[in-house]
Design a protein around this ligand. Structure first.
Ligand code: URP
Ligand code: ZN
Ligand code: ZN
Length: 478
């Protein structure tokens, strides 16, 4: 009888703290031993000469999320989690989105039905709070947080989703009281709608004007306001999908002044720019429409610096899958719809880790340990999944990635999502994923997705330690 179900031999293991050469002994889906010359496993994998990192946690992705405008997300929990697994991600946290007028619990129950029996890898949920009625704030939200949905997103833009400042304060006060992590989409809705009407009136309708309708100021103002509201309530918050300098300056200011403001950025802000939104007669730019929009090369450089110097704690995909062709994706409002009618969001759940490993670690911009922090350990801590997820440690789930260095050209034909394009088509990378293990099971062997639909488990999240408020001397009566 073997000592382990599986042993990974000769790994160059990377955690958020260290790199070390080790064998990894796995039994019952968990890491049970780390050390040299471990006893035999029933199965053995040789990782000699290769880095092994914790399976990625994609803490911001959208699968099968109802949209309300007729558009349909191309990825459900089967294709979305398959794509994630093939890209080295072993845990996803998509969003159960409340529709205005709907109970939050009904939104969560609906989302459970969409995921159950489908997900290939483990998953948790964030909530999106769009209608903070007394019933939601006093009963549903506290109960759902206690049941393991310990984070929620608040929007400051999009008519169907946004909260006003008063509603934000009331919702943040619940996060503070209950110990949940509040995530904020920070863009000023009125600035966007005013600029949009001016642009449309002037006949500027092409996809590239999406960026003109959401300049950095719009993000900066909302980021500052979100930070101020969180400071007033005295609650930690996380600003999602930060695109560049102006929002970063607000975040750095807050962090420097002792406020617990966390921040997330995404591949699109490192690798895309407003130029990718095309020219006046080019609808292909719709493929890169997301909010906030990609900025310019100088901002890409600043985002790289923020990943390296600690402004950002989390690197997520914000995978929002809409097909370019067909009636219910990017063109839901017609072949050449104006920029404000094009479905927002770009795909990226499968390319997130390889882009950052290749252009971040192997290109010498960030340390391997920083990569692990940003893609696995910090998301696990910030969303209450640590130490089960997010590290290579005894007792943790055996969610692991083995890297294969060598030339790899990104091609949508080789990806596993259900979207008909990738914004990174043709990019030359220095590595790709040789193998993904989810709870000790090979779910991607470098060639073929191997997991069956429904093997993924729902993860109830703890209240995250980084969301715990610090006591102030003059406690607010909230
Ligand atoms: O454009 C984006 N980012 N779409 C996804 C939804 C969101 O706001 O994260
Ligand atoms: Zn958002
Ligand atoms: Zn998103």
């Amino acid at each position: 009888m073997s000592a382990f179900d599986l042993v990974i031999r000769n790994a160059r293991a990377v955690t958020a703290a260290d790199q070390f050469d080790t064998d990894i002994g796995i039994s019952g889906g968990r890491i049970v031993a780390l050390g040299r010359q471990l006893a035999a496993g029933s199965q053995e994998i040789d990782a000699a000469g290769r880095y092994v990192t914790p399976g990625g946690i994609d803490a911001h992705c959208h699968f099968d999320q109802p949209t309300g405008d007729g558009s349909v997300m191309a990825d459900d929990f089967v294709s979305g989690t398959r794509s994630a697994a093939c890209g080295g991600t072993t845990t996803v946290i998509p969003f159960a989105c409340q529709q205005k007028g709907q109970s939050l619990r009904a939104a969560v129950e609906d989302y459970h039905r969409r995921a159950a029996g489908k997900a290939l890898i483990d998953y948790a949920f964030h909530m999106i709070v769009t209608d903070p009625t007394p019933q939601v704030l006093e009963e549903e939200l506290p109960a759902l947080i206690a049941e393991g949905l310990s984070s929620f997103k608040i929007y400051m833009t999009y008519d169907a989703l946004k909260l006003d400042d008063r509603q934000m304060l009331e919702t943040l006060a619940v996060a503070r009281r209950e110990g949940a992590m509040a995530m904020i989409h920070a863009e000023n809705a009125d600035c966007i709608s005013w600029l949009t009407s001016k642009l449309i009136a002037a006949g500027h309708t092409a996809p590239r004007f999406h960026a003109s309708s959401r300049p950095m100021l719009v993000e900066r103002e909302a980021t500052h306001r979100a930070i101020s509201l969180a400071e007033l309530v005295d609650v930690p918050v996380l600003i999602v999908h930060v695109s560049g300098r102006e929002a970063m300056e607000q975040i750095r200011w807050a962090q420097g002044n002792g406020l617990r403001v966390y921040a997330e950025t995404c591949p699109q802000y490192l690798f895309l720019s407003a130029e990718d939104l095309g020219c006046d007669d080019d609808f292909h730019g719709a493929k890169c429409i997301c909010s906030p929009p990609p900025r310019d090369k100088a901002n890409q450089t600043l985002i790289w610096e923020g990943l390296e110097n600690g402004v950002f704690q989390v690197f997520s995909s914000d995978h929002a899958p809409f097909r370019f062709d067909g009636p219910d994706g990017k063109r839901v409002h017609g072949e050449n719809a104006s920029f404000d009618k094009i479905a927002n969001g770009i795909p990226g759940v499968e390319t997130r880790l390889a882009l950052l490993w290749s252009e971040g670690v192997l290109a010498g911009r960030i340390e391997p340990q920083t990569f692990v922090e940003l893609t696995a350990t910090n998301p696990a801590k910030i969303y209450g999944l640590y130490p089960r997820k997010g590290s290579i440690a005894i007792g943790a789930d055996a969610d692991l990635v083995i890297w294969q260095e060598g030339d790899h050209v990104v091609s949508n034909a080789a990806l596993h999502h259900n979207v008909d394009y990738t914004p990174y088509e043709g990019m030359r990378l220095r590595a790709w994923l040789a193998l993904t293990l989810s709870r000790g099971e090979v779910v991607w062997d470098g060639q073929t997705p191997l997991a069956g639909a429904g093997r993924g488990e729902f993860l109830a999240c703890e209240r995250p330690r980084p969301a715990l408020r610090r006591r102030r001397q003059e406690e607010l009566a909230l």
